[in-house]
Structure formats: structure tokens, C-alpha cells
Design a protein around this ligand. Structure first.
Ligand SMILES: Cc1cc2nc3c(=O)[nH]c(=O)nc-3n(C[C@H](O)[C@H](O)[C@H](O)COP(=O)(O)OP(=O)(O)OC[C@H]3O[C@@H](n4cnc5c(N)ncnc54)[C@H](O)[C@@H]3O)c2cc1C
Length: 469
């Protein structure tokens, strides 16, 4: 196993502390190991030695897609990690070629689009990353401990460490460090802790969506060759609010997710799950499930709201503290941006540290404030199409929605448009690419041919049962 810690001749500091050992915390630890003599990662859960879902990441039983940009950052921080993911059972696939995708009343062509995805469960991804992080020679892991407060000297303009204790209480101890990174997720208590130190309360924007996810694992039926590795029946907001996906993961399993907005999702019983699948816009997902063997229970998750904390707007913020991942901003998971945005924040932290430790907290929060603009806009402009969702609507939302729908439709019969769209969705390119003169011309003038309309996988009901079993 390779390690990636190559300290510069003059490290930014002696000791950095990260609390929260999930995706953002692991990536931040990897980055900080290149800038500090020592890094300590504090995690409330006890880490299992294997790819297990865990209490501190209750969403880990749900489908998780790592966008291509996030994979790139992951590979920069932990070189060679894709091989390790593959060795652990994950697979790398071309996103458009491997996926049957139904949107805007059309199936997208399954062409090689050049944007690849890694297919595996979230616990497997986290476990492989954790092993790489553990192999870093200057990293120490303190699991089964939680951060219970921030430590300052008499002067609260600098955070000098964290107060630690066993989850649920017990003897408190203090860990001193030059930089403290909060990677404790959506429930981060930094807003309250800063307020207690005399800072103003950070402004928060919340957009309530009440998205329901229900996921179950299935054994992929032997001999089942439908021509796709994953299948997605996409929503079409505001009219179609339900979605379903089958994602191939390790051990020849399918991870099946069904869900919808505003509380509309199946409950955690088999009959409701299958009935919901049957009611989706196309029969393929239901037909596939009918022939597959479930493995384990249905896991249901309710995501109440997009949550953005505007640390970049705070008039005062202490040095020595950085907030990363969902603790800074957490998005409706339907858009698959959370882990990638966390990875980009870790990358940004590394860039800010290249100019030294002095002023890093201020530089970082400003850069992340800007970085979040695009993913936040992409996620919330979808959600705000639902009239029931409260929030400030930009004046151009109607025009953007109309254009976005046309682009979606175009991707079903124009391969160039599909490639551009995929690069934007995977954060490899700016959304400006969808507004190039060539794209605008296509969006305004092209119409699908009728052959394209009939393209797409056959429903399995049309396939003789002997071929399916
Ligand atoms: C249903 C669902 C599906 C999703 N699907 C996708 C997807 O397809 N693609 C994608 O990119 N993202 C997806 N996401 C988002 C993704 O799960 C998060 O963005 C990501 O996990 C955020 O990582 P994080 O490290 O910031 O926080 P978290 O994963 O929430 O982890 C926080 C960690 O901090 C620990 N912790 C908490 N408090 C303390 C403390 N005081 N001291 C020490 N440790 C502490 C916790 O135990 C945990 O390990 C999905 C989310 C949901 C809810």
C-alpha cells in the first residue's frame, strides 16, 4: 500500500487535529499530513476493520455515487486508490455506457461518454480510504472519542485545540493543535461553540425538501444480462417527483434506491417498496426487482433540508479553525454532490496552506464560500421548481428551468450534448459549458428523431422468463 505523505522542508505547523472521520475528515487528514508534522483524527464511533455501515454516518446504507471530480481529488490525495477500490470489489465503468437512464420521456443513448464512475457501496469506499489514511506515518487515530468543545487561550481570536471526551460524557481532556478542522457533519456544533466564545451566530440558509430515500440490497440474478449495470428512472420536477435507481456494487449485488420529494417515498416494508417501484414512470426497475433475491432489510432515510452555513459572511472568525464537508454545507442527496464537494474543500484547504498557516482560516472560508456557489445553485434550483418548497427564487429560475429541461431532452438524442452535460454534472466543467453558442443553438433548434424515441432497454416483461432466471 502506498502512502502519500511527503512533507515540505518547512511544514505549515506541528500538529493539526481533525474531528469527524467520515469522507470529508479522511480527505482533510490526507491533505493535512502533507502540511503538518503530525495529524490527529478524532472520531466518535469506533472504526470497524471492514466495510460496515456505522452509527455516525446513518446515510451509509443508501446509494452513494462519487462524482468524477471527487474521484480525481481522491486519487490526488491518495495516489493509486482506484486500484485498491477495484481490488476490494469496486468497479470502474463508463457512466453513460453502463447506465440505462430515462429522463424527459426518453432513454439516453448508452454511449461511451468518457466520464467514468466507480461502482461500490459507501461503506466500502470509506473503508478503503480509511486504510490509506491509517497507513500515513504521521497520522494518529483516536476513535471512540468525541470533540466536546473548542479550546482557546484567554484571547478567543485563535482556537488552540479541542476538548475531548468519550461519547456520552466522562473525563474531559484537551488536545492542543495549530489547526483544528471540524468535519463532524450536518450536526456540527461549531455555530453554538463560536457563539459561546463571543462570535456572532453564523447565517444559515435552509431549503426544506423532505426527501425520502429507501434502499435495499439484492443479489443480482445469475445470467441476467439486460445491457446495463445501473438503471435510473429520473424525476421530472415539478411534475414527476419520484425516482428509482438500481446501482451495481461489489459482491455482485444491486443497491436499489426508491424515493421522492416532500415525504413521498415507500415505507420500509416489502409490499410498499415493490408497489412504489411498480408505480414508477417505466416498468424496467420493477421487472428487475421481481426477479431478484433481496439481501437484508429496507433502510429508510429522511433528508429534511439543504443546509448552507455562510461562514464566509461572518464579520469575525477565529484563526486556527476550519469547517469542512457537510458541517459547512449539506445538499439534497439526489444530486450526488456531498462527498465531491467535501473533497474539493479538502483540496482548497491544501491550496490555502501553501501560503502558510497565518491567515489560513480566513482564506479558506472565503474560498469555500465561492466554491459552494455552483453546487448549491445546481441543487437548489432543482428543488425550488416545486411550488411547495419555500425559498428565495432567483428571477431567472423560470428561464433556467426551461433551458435545463431542453438540455435534458437534447442529451437523449445528441451525443455531443450528452458528453458536455455529463462533464458539467460531474463537476469537471463549469455550467457555462452548457451555454456555449453551439449548445444554445442546439438547444433552441434541434428536435429528436423518432428513431431515438423508441431507443432504450426492453422491459424485462418482454424478455422470456427463461432468459431472466
Ligand atoms: C440518503 C443520502 C444519500 C446520499 N448520496 C450521496 C451520493 O450519492 N453522493 C455523494 O457525494 N453524497 C451523497 N450524500 C451526502 C454524503 O453522505 C455526505 O455529503 C458526506 O457523508 C459528508 O461527509 P462528512 O465527512 O462531511 O460528514 P458525515 O459523513 O456526516 O460524517 C461526520 C462524521 O463525524 C463524526 N462526528 C460527529 N460529531 C463528532 C464529534 N463531536 N467528535 C468526533 N466525531 C464526530 C461522525 O461519527 C461521522 O463519522 C448522501 C446523503 C444522504 C443523506
Amino acid at each position: 500500500m502506498k502512502t502519500s505523505s511527503t512533507l515540505p522542508p518547512t511544514p505549515a505547523g506541528k500538529h493539526a487535529i481533525v474531528y469527524g472521520g467520515s469522507m470529508a475528515g479522511l480527505l482533510a487528514t490526507g491533505v493535512l499530513s502533507r502540511h503538518f508534522e503530525r495529524v490527529t483524527l478524532v472520531e466518535r464511533d469506533r472504526f470497524e476493520d471492514g466495510p460496515q455501515p456505522r452509527k455516525g454516518v446513518p446515510q451509509s446504507s443508501q446509494v452513494h455515487i462519487l462524482l468524477a471530480r471527487g474521484r480525481n481529488v481522491l486519487s490526488e490525495v491518495f495516489p493509486g486508490i482506484e486500484q485498491e477500490l477495484k481490488a476490494a470489489g469496486g468497479e470502474i465503468m463508463d457512466m453513460t455506457e453502463s447506465m440505462a437512464y430515462y429522463v424527459s420521456g426518453l432513454w439516453r443513448p448508452q454511449i461511451r461518454g468518457g466520464v467514468s464512475m466507480s461502482a461500490h457501496s459507501r461503506p466500502l469506499l470509506e473503508w478503503v480510504v480509511r486504510q490509506r489514511m491509517r497507513a500515513l506515518p504521521n497520522v494518529r487515530v483516536l476513535d471512540g472519542r468525541e470533540a466536546a468543545g473548542l479550546k482557546t487561550d484567554a484571547d478567543p481570536t485563535r482556537i488552540t485545540g479541542v476538548k475531548l471526551q468519550a461519547p456520552g460524557g466522562g473525563q474531559e481532556e484537551v488536545l492542543e493543535g495549530d489547526l483544528v478542522v471540524d468535519a463532524s457533519g450536518r450536526g456540527s456544533r461549531t455555530p453554538q461553540w463560536l457563539e459561546a466564545l463571543g462570535y456572532p451566530r453564523v447565517e444559515e440558509t435552509c431549503i426544506h425538501v423532505d426527501v425520502v430515500y429507501a434502499c435495499r440490497l439484492y443479489q443480482r440474478p445469475p445470467g441476467f444480462e439486460p445491457g446495463w449495470d445501473s438503471l435510473t428512472l429520473s424525476p421530472q420536477l415539478p411534475e414527476v417527483r419520484r425516482l428509482g435507481t438500481i446501482q451495481r456494487i461489489e459482491n455482485n449485488l444491486w443497491q436499489v434506491m426508491l424515493g421522492g420529494w416532500l415525504g413521498d417515498g415507500p415505507s420500509a416494508d416489502e409490499a410498499s417498496f415493490l408497489e412504489f417501484a411498480r408505480g414508477l414512470s417505466q416498468p424496467h426497475l420493477y421487472e428487475a426487482l421481481r426477479n431478484a433475491q433481496p439481501v437484508g432489510p429496507i433502510h429508510r432515510y429522511r433528508f429534511s433540508h439543504n443546509q448552507r452555513r455562510h461562514y464566509e459572511r461572518m464579520p469575525r472568525f477565529p484563526e486556527g479553525l476550519v469547517v469542512i464537508g457537510d458541517a459547512f454545507c449539506s445538499f439534497n442527496p439526489v444530486y450526488g454532490q456531498g462527498m465531491t464537494t467535501g473533497a474539493l474543500q479538502a483540496e482548497t484547504l491544501g491550496e490555502c496552506l501553501r501560503r502558510g498557516l497565518a491567515g489560513v482560516s480566513q482564506r479558506y472560508r472565503q474560498c469555500v464560500g465561492k466554491l459552494l456557489e455552483v453546487p448549491w445553485m445546481l441543487a437548489t434550483s432543482g428543488d425550488l421548481r416545486l411550488p411547495e418548497v419555500e425559498g428565495k427564487r432567483p428571477p431567472v429560475l423560470g428561464l433556467l428551468s426551461w433551458y435545463g429541461d431542453r438540455v435534458q431532452r437534447l442529451t437523449c438524442y445528441d451525443e455531443e450534448a450528452l458528453r458536455v452535460f455529463m462533464r458539467v454534472m460531474h463537476m469537471l466543467e463549469s455550467p457555462a459549458a452548457m451555454f456555449s453558442p453551439r449548445m444554445v443553438f442546439k438547444v433552441l433548434t434541434s428536435e429528436p428523431d423518432t428513431v431515438a424515441l423508441s431507443r432504450g432497454p426492453k422491459p424485462l416483461a418482454a424478455v422470456p422468463r427463461a432468459q431472466v432466471a
